[in-house]
Design a protein around this ligand. Structure first.
Ligand code: F6P
Length: 501
């Protein structure tokens, strides 16, 4: 940490919509902070501690004006948002425009100019905070779709910085992305980074195509050449790079994210967690097969599709409620956004109908839990579950699939995984499904129920190898190594891209 006249500055700055802490009430009535359980925190925590790092983010509630503070060795730099900004920037533009648009328009995105204005203003606040606390030549790593303008804003005011961006959600095909009235500004914002990371190769390809279509910049493989100080007209779309003009090289490529696998392995090995898993099975009446779904209650997760498949299997007597039960954990999310309220009503209606139609005294078809749980309880549920159902209609990665696999050191359990989740690129030994094909999902459930022991073990062994070898620590190391390399490899040049082989 360096102290300048304007305050403390840092060598490594993470910028994300949320701070990695949750506010908790202490027994004495005062409030404090608890580290949030996400994988990103687990990956970055050691790096932040070792490399003099700070984390810029929103504390998660309206009008919380706080000075920077330290928690568990990490410097937190809170960004305050008022109620109107939460409505327009977070619930509006981030989660009712970009979220549905980037998930292939599963729900209709809203395009509202006041949401966009709030998005610009809040991105600027994050960028200004990051610029203020970054040491000369520092590395800044910006995360996710809520903050896509931050790299460009930072590049303008702090060209000395090395800037990385990682998009945790999908990046859509140009035919969809082009709906966005502010598509050029978003691409410009992202191109402020030295490295733009995506979950899947296809996402990076979609991004490069958008760059070519909207700006005409040269791209080759994972490289994009961005003219430096380009002042052509923002509105015409005609911006091809001129031979001999200085260009800056930007890398856009896939860095599939993972989980802190060892912490799941360790928890799964704890006798108390294993005892809790046995207790869960008993409390469910020791059915032959427990199926599990774990999701934020989000329309991208395909929860309705899996309920439909299970309901039909019960109706057709292909499974019996005494033998097979589904536990669906649907943690509350974005509850003030209309499409999420509507989804909750739909899911709860469907659960009620299936339970009413097929349940019996002592046997509930679906155990529906609209709650979030601590990691220990989740691991116990993973251990208790014979089949894990991941039926996302579109998902950047889906870390639940990886958590289930990491947990099953006993090589038990079958993963049913949507091919529309990024995790399916890697986890090829899962039973891969198209969630829109309800008959296919039903057949996969039956195949999982009937799968011979040896096949379960063989598949799970291969899946575990992938997850344990590629954990989130490796993910962040690969990203940051590439970022360090990008910043030292002469990103600004007068060569025309075609001359660079
Ligand atoms: O990965 C998508 C994401 O929006 C993350 O940015 C976020 O941490 C998570 O889902 C939960 O969403 P929210 O912050 O809106 O509760």
């Amino acid at each position: 940490m360096t102290t300048s006249s304007s305050g403390e500055t840092y060598d490594f700055v993470v910028v994300a919509n949320r701070l990695p802490v949750d506010s908790v009430s202490q027994p004495d009535g005062s409030s404090g902070w608890r580290m949030s359980p996400g994988g990103l925190v687990a990956a970055l925590e050691p790096l932040m501690k070792a490399s003099d790092g700070a984390w810029v983010g929103w504390p998660g509630a309206p009008d919380v004006e706080l000075d920077p503070f330290e928690h568990e060795g990490i410097r937190m730099v809170p960004i305050a948002l008022n109620g109107e900004e939460i409505e327009n920037y977070y619930e509006g533009f981030s989660n009712d425009t970009l979220w549905p648009l980037y998930h292939d328009v599963i729900a209709q995105p809203g395009y509202h100019r006041e949401w966009w204005e709030a998005y610009v203003a809040v991105n600027r606040r994050f960028a200004e905070a990051a610029a203020r606390i970054s040491d000369t030549g520092a590395t800044v790593w910006v995360h996710d779709y809520q903050l896509q303008l931050v790299p460009g804003m930072l590049r303008e005011t702090r060209p000395d910085l090395t800037i990385g961006f990682f998009n945790h959600i999908p990046f859509p095909a140009y035919g969809i992305f082009s709906q966005l009235p502010w598509r050029r500004q978003i691409i410009s914002g992202l191109l402020g980074a030295d490295i733009i990371g995506f979950q899947r190769v296809a996402d990076a390809g979609n991004f490069s195509r958008a760059v070519r279509r909207l700006f005409g910049y040269e791209t080759k493989g994972t490289r994009v050449w961005v003219p430096v100080g380009d002042s052509s007209d923002e509105t015409t779309g005609d911006r091809s790079s001129v031979r001999g003009a200085p260009v800056r090289r930007v890398i856009a490529r896939a860095f599939p994210i993972s989980i802190d696998a060892t912490s799941y392995v360790e928890l799964a090995g704890q006798p108390e967690v294993q005892a809790r898993a046995r207790q869960i099975r008993e409390e469910l009446g020791n059915p032959k097969t427990i199926m599990l779904g774990v999701d934020r209650l989000d329309y991208t997760k395909g929860i309705g599709h899996r309920l439909k498949a299970f309901g039909e299997l019960l109706a057709e007597h292909r499974v019996d409620v005494e033998d097979v039960t589904l536990v669906q954990v649907a943690s509350p999310s974005r509850e003030r956004v209309a499409s999420y309220m509507q989804l909750r009503d739909e899911i709860e209606l469907t659960v009620g109908r299936i339970n009413g139609d097929y349940g019996s005294i002592g046997h509930t078809a679906i155990n529906y839990l609209h709650q979030g749980y601590p990691r220990e309880e989740m691991v116990a549920l993973y251990l208790a579950a014979d089949i894990m159902l991941v039926t996302a209609l579109r998902d950047g990665m889906n870390l639940v699939a990886k958590e289930y696999v990491a947990t099953r050191a006993d090589l038990g359990g079958v993963l049913i995984l949507s091919e529309f989740a990024g995790a399916s690129d890697d986890l090829r030994q899962a039973l891969l499904i198209n969630p829109h094909d309800i008959d296919g999902v039903k057949d996969a459930i039956i195949a999982a129920i009937d799968m011979p022991h040896a096949e379960r073990r063989r598949r799970m062994r291969a899946l575990r190898k992938r997850v344990l070898e590629n954990d989130v620590v490796k993910w962040s190391r690969v990203f940051l190594d590439e970022l360090a390399h990008a910043s030292t490899s002469h990103p600004v040049s007068h060569e025309h891209p075609e001359e660079r082989k």
